[in-house]
Each structure stands twice: as C-alpha cells, then as structure tokens.
Design a protein around this ligand. Structure first.
Ligand code: KG4
Ligand code: ZN
Length: 337
C-alpha cells in the first residue's frame, strides 16, 4: 500500500488538507474555498486570504484525518506547500506543518505547488515519466516536461497574465460574475466566435511562450467601441465577445502545445489548473494530442484545481526520492521549478 502522507495546501485562496497513500488511494481530500470572501473585491485579497487560512487550516487537517479514519501517528509523513504563492498563506501552512511534525516526530517534506499540479497525472492515472504538462490556472501558465518527481523542464509559459486571470478580467470587463472562466464559457455558448477580430498574441513568434494581457485589452477596446456606438452592451454582444475571447485563448494554447509536443515528443499530454475545465480548450488540446500521436489526459476537475491531495502525493514522491526537510523549511513566495 505504500506510505501514507498528510498534505497541506494554502498558497492561494483554498485552504486544503488531504490524506493520500502511496498506492494512489486518496483517503480524504478537504478543500475550503474562499471565493465568497473575495467576491466583492474582484480578485484574491492577500490579507483576507492569509487570515482565512490561519483560521481554517487546522480544521481542514482535523477533518481530513477524521475522514481517513486515521490519527497523526498512523501516518508516515507530512507534506506542505512551501511556495510559490501568497506569502501569508504559505507561511500559515508551513508553520502548521512544522508544528505537527515536531509534535508527532513525523518527517516533513516541503512541496513546490507547481510540482503538485505537475505530478497529479501520476496520482490519478499512474502515468509513467516522461510526459508533457500544460498548467493553466488563475495564477500560472506553463509547459513542463516531467522526467521525474523532481525533474521538470520548463518549455515556455506566459510572459504576462495567466489564462485564468485573463478570463476573470474579461468577465469583469463584460459585467459577468466571478470566477470569470465559467461565466465566460457559459455566455460564449450563445456567441459567434468570428464576429470580433481578436488578436492571437505571440503566435507569430517561435517557441512556447504565451501572452494574454493584449487579448484582455482587445476585449476592453471592443466593449468601449460598442458602448460608444450604442450606449451599452446587448446580450448578444456579450456572448459574441466571450466566444471570440475563448476561441482566441484556446487557439493560442493549442498552437503552442503543438510546438511543445514537436519540441519534446511525449506519449502523454496532461493538463492541470482550473482553466483545464474549459470544454473548448479541452477539445482543442485533444485534437493537438491526437495529431501528435499522444494520449490526452485531464484529471478530474477537483484534482485539476488547487487541492492538498496533489501536495500529499508530490510529498510521497519526493520523500521516496530522498527529500527531507527540517524545521528550517522556509516559505517561498517565489519558487521556480
Ligand atoms: O486552478 P484554480 O482553481 O486556481 C488557481 O488559479 O490556483 O484556477 C482558477 C481559475 C480562475 O481564473 C477561473 O476563472 C478559471 O480557473 N476557470 C476557468 C473555467 N473554470 C475555472 N477558465 C476557463 N473556463 C472554465 N470553465
Ligand atoms: Zn494551483
């Protein structure tokens, strides 16, 4: 059955704890989101996030242990996200994990949040190395070739906004509710993606880097033109803008994925991050993978978005590879893979 680890995650706006076993069984996965707390502010407020993590994280751990029917001494180790992320939240998690490790004598492993996402296909599907990972979330966007539990090669990524951030900003510009991804996708269903000519940023440049801020600015310009011309936005305008924006995001991500697969052929293309929920994007990536002779893999959404099961799993893999951290484990707001 292998090792059993507690995982703790608090790098953005989800407080999470999970218990995972080395045979890939998820015994418990608790996620306490904070969407409602930040809803009035149009984005995650670091101070509010930090306070909420400090208040809830130990309850998440208690809940996860209860669901798993285990006590701390039954476990083999504790894994915690040590970065990258909002420093207040990461600190809450690292301090809690250190306290639990010191009290129980269990080994402590600091996990890179991005490694957690990147190793998720191994937790969900036992995918062997190597594979290509496209991480697309509200805070991150990168192509990673994954060759081992601590062996990641970044092939490219966004030079400005993450795609989820772009979806959220586009939604805000169009008066749609947050989080923007789902509301833009819903509005786009009734839209014509060809009505507005939106840019395809960086497509003309070689390599796998991406850019999304110009796309958001293009939506802003189209909106302002419509408002100036007709005094406001009609439902159909909104739908068409959403459809056009979504098609542009999917198209650039698909084309850059095609290049990444050409650059470093891999038998599996996997996605992670909240934006991986997008059906148009999934369909585009599926086509690209099929063309390249690769299998497309999208883990279940609850394991694509931020969670602690991926942290526990990455902790198990790192521990098996010899990784140990002590009380000197630092919280790192920036921590490139
Ligand atoms: O991975 P995630 O839950 O959190 C982090 O960013 O860490 O991703 C959240 C992001 C948000 O920006 C949200 O708008 C986006 O994922 N998202 C989507 C969809 N569902 C969530 N973007 C596009 N289409 C969706 N269906
Ligand atoms: Zn994440």
């Amino acid at each position: 059955m292998g090792l059993t680890f507690l995982g703790i995650e608090s790098s953005c706006d989800d407080s999470a704890a999970a218990v995972v076993r080395g045979d890939r069984a998820i015994l418990a996965s608790v996620v306490a989101g904070q969407t409602a707390l930040h809803a009035d502010f149009g984005g995650v407020v670091p101070e509010i996030a930090a306070r909420a993590h400090a208040e809830r994280l130990d309850l998440c751990v208690e809940e996860a242990l209860a669901q798993a029917g285990l006590r701390l001494p039954d476990l083999d180790g504790i894994a915690v996200t040590a970065g990258p992320g909002l420093i207040g939240g990461v600190l809450s998690g690292v301090m809690l994990a250190k306290g639990l490790a010191a009290g129980s004598g269990l080994p402590l492993v600091g996990v890179n949040h991005l490694a957690g996402h990147a190793l998720t296909p191994r937790l969900t599907d036992g995918v062997p190395f190597p594979y290509l990972m496209l991480l697309v979330s509200g805070g991150h966007c990168q192509f990673l070739r994954v060759d081992g539990p601590q062996d990641f090669t970044r092939l490219g990524g966004t030079i400005d906004d993450a795609p989820g951030e772009a979806f959220d900003k586009a939604a805000k510009l169009l008066g749609l509710p947050q989080p923007g991804g789902p509301s833009v996708e819903a509005a786009a269903r009734a839209g014509d993606p060809r009505r507005f000519a939106l840019p395809r940023p960086l497509l003309d440049r070689p390599g796998c880097d991406l850019s999304f801020s110009g796309l958001k600015t293009a939506v802003l310009r189209q909106r302002d033109d419509l408002v100036a011309a007709q005094g406001g936005l009609h439902e159909q305008d909104r739908a068409d803008l959403c459809a056009g924006f979504q098609a542009a995001v999917a198209e650039v991500l698909a084309e850059k994925t095609r290049r990444a697969l050409a650059l470093t052929p891999a038998p599996v293309l996997a996605v992670a991050g909240g934006v991986a929920a997008n059906e148009t994007l999934r369909a585009a990536l599926q086509r690209v993978a099929a063309e390249a002779g690769a299998t497309f893999l999208a883990p279940p959404l609850r394991l694509c978005t931020d969670n602690a099961a991926m942290i526990a799993w990455a902790g198990i893999e790192a521990y098996q590879a010899g990784r140990r951290d002590g009380m000197e484990l630092a919280a790192r707001p920036r921590w490139p893979l």
